[in-house]
Design a protein around this ligand. Structure first.
Ligand SMILES: [Cu+2]
Length: 503
């Protein structure tokens, strides 16, 4: 069993300090370098570092151009870019542009391996509307440990519409990147990964980082604040809320603005999903407002196996404190209307995807008996144990990811309905590469208002059928196919993924 202890009881964890003691770090903003040909060049390099994720502890981590996470790439719509990625780790990686509508050969999926001390270039032009996208490794079977180790960053597509609408758009001032991640740290302060039996359902930690710092605070102006939320956690679902229960407005989903702001008090965000929210702090000067996950009301219902629900899912947890100062005097507002409602029409029968898994009791019996879990060895920073084993737990259409098998062939330029049905015991966030989709229905009903934007991840609950519709405008061949997969990274690594070509 290598260095991994299955079902370790009473595992020791790193010491805890009070919340909201350190400021929220804002990732460096990278607008690239424009060359004479009008191409914008960006540089990323994976590498090693040490991070103080939790106050007072030094943790070995990975990052892009730094010790943890990476710069926020600002990519203008309709302008050619060239992103140069160097891999300075001692193991292969890939860099996937999650949500970017690009061709398969530059999508950065599991076939686009960057070997150690090698580089890779992705040249493309994003023609999609403004959106909060992100990038992260996608190597076959090792996405979970590499993201967990710290490799992830945001990529914002800009088209100027937000400024025209007078939405808050000043980076790090009233337009804030908010990367949500949970981690588990051992007493030695190092990242612990897959060292308990429940982790096979998806790695969840008990420490909550925002942009790489545990429960930080942000000094904000009394006025409208735009938070660009990214659930970059491997498996944890968040039910975003404010501690005082205040209303906030969802203005964008994964891949674009909504047609109008949607007022809510809670927002469910599964792994890989993004949302942009506006919160009104105009009446909160000298007050503190806490962003948290109000998990109890909904998260436990996403699992039909109680053992996969931890105390944090049952009780919730704090994420970020907003310390409100004077007004910044910025001319921003909450518009009545945002963008035209996207539409896509497709009348043919849907392409069907069944999310299924081993029957719960059988699975647990095997795990308890010590069968079926063979870690692939230490692959994380600081000797972090990592790697989901060969026992296949979750499948799509009863098939597991095979790098040599193309699971679907789609005509270039076509628009298709996809129907995703989950018959397993937990909710799975379903993600597709190469395009954005619209949610047509959930169990035959129209999706809630806040899900009516372009999206690329949809959480499908156990017993639920979700219909999507997507246009496949970008090619992908068998050498660099697109992926569809569960965005719980341990499920993905375990084989809950398939490949499709578009041509
Ligand atoms: Cu899953």
């Amino acid at each position: 069993m290598g260095g991994v202890v299955i079902g370790a009881a009473g595992r020791a964890s790193a010491p805890r300090r009070g919340a909201f003691r350190r400021p929220l770090p804002i990732p460096v903003e990278s607008t690239g370098q424009l060359d004479a040909a009008g191409i914008r060049h960006y540089r990323l390099a994976t590498g090693y570092g040490t991070s103080e994720l939790v106050e007072g502890l030094q943790t070995s981590t990975w990052g892009y151009n730094g010790a943890w996470l990476g710069p926020t790439l600002r990519v203008p719509r309709d302008q050619p870019v060239n992103i140069h990625v160097r891999n300075s780790l001692n193991r292969p990686t890939t860099t996937h542009w999650h949500g970017a509508q690009v061709a398969g050969r530059v999508d950065g999926g599991p076939h686009s391996v960057i070997r150690p001390d090698h580089s890779w270039e992705a040249a493309y032009t994003l023609t999609q509307p403004a959106a909060t996208l992100w990038y992260h490794p996608h190597p076959h079977a090792y996405t979970g440990p590499q993201v967990y180790g710290g490799l992830a960053g945001m990529l914002w597509v800009d088209d100027g519409v937000d400024a025209q609408l007078k939405l808050p758009h000043t980076y790090g001032i009233d337009d804030i990147p908010v990367v949500l991640q949970d981690r588990r740290l051992g007493v030695d302060g190092q990242l612990a990964y897959m060292n308990a039996i429940g982790d096979l359902m998806g790695m969840k930690g008990d420490r909550f980082l925002v942009n790489g710092v545990e429960q930080p605070y942000l000094e904000a102006g009394a006025g409208w604040l735009r938070l660009r939320l990214l659930n970059a956690s491997n498996a944890r679902n968040y039910n975003i809320a404010f501690a005082d229960g205040r209303r906030f407005h969802v203005i964008a989903g994964d891949a674009g603005l909504l047609s109008e702001p949607t007022p809510v008090t809670h927002l469910l965000l599964s792994s890989g999903e993004r949302a942009e929210i506006l919160v009104d702090l105009s009446q909160d000067r000298d007050q503190r407002v806490v962003l948290r996950s109000d998990s109890s009301t909904i998260i436990p219902s996403l699992y039909r196996m109680p053992s996969a629900v931890d105390g944090l899912d049952r009780h919730g947890f704090d994420l970020l404190e907003l310390r409100v100062g004077p007004s910044l005097g910025l001319d921003t507002r909450l518009p009545d209307r945002l963008v035209d409602q996207p539409t896509l029409t497709a009348n043919q029968p849907p392409r069907r995807f069944l999310l299924n898994g081993m029957v719960g009791s059988e699975l647990w019996d095997r795990l308890r008996a010590g069968h079926g879990y063979s870690p692939r060895g230490n692959t994380g920073p600081g000797g972090m144990s990592a790697g989901v084993g060969d026992q296949k737990l979750f499948a799509i259409n009863s098939r597991f990811m095979d790098m040599q098998t193309i699971d679907a062939h789609i005509a270039l330029g076509s628009t298709e309905p996809w129907q995703v049905t989950n018959i397993s015991l937990m909710a799975h966030p379903f993600h597709m590469h190469g395009t954005s989709f619209l949610i047509r229905s959930r169990n035959g009903q129209p999706p809630p208002a806040h899900e009516r934007s372009w999206k690329d991840v949809v959480l499908v609950r156990g017993g639920e059928t979700v219909e999507l519709v997507a246009r496949f405008a970008h090619p992908a061949d068998k050498h660099y196919p697109f992926m569809y997969h569960c965005h719980i990274l341990e499920h993905e690594d375990n084989g809950m993924m398939g490949q499709f070509v578009v041509g």
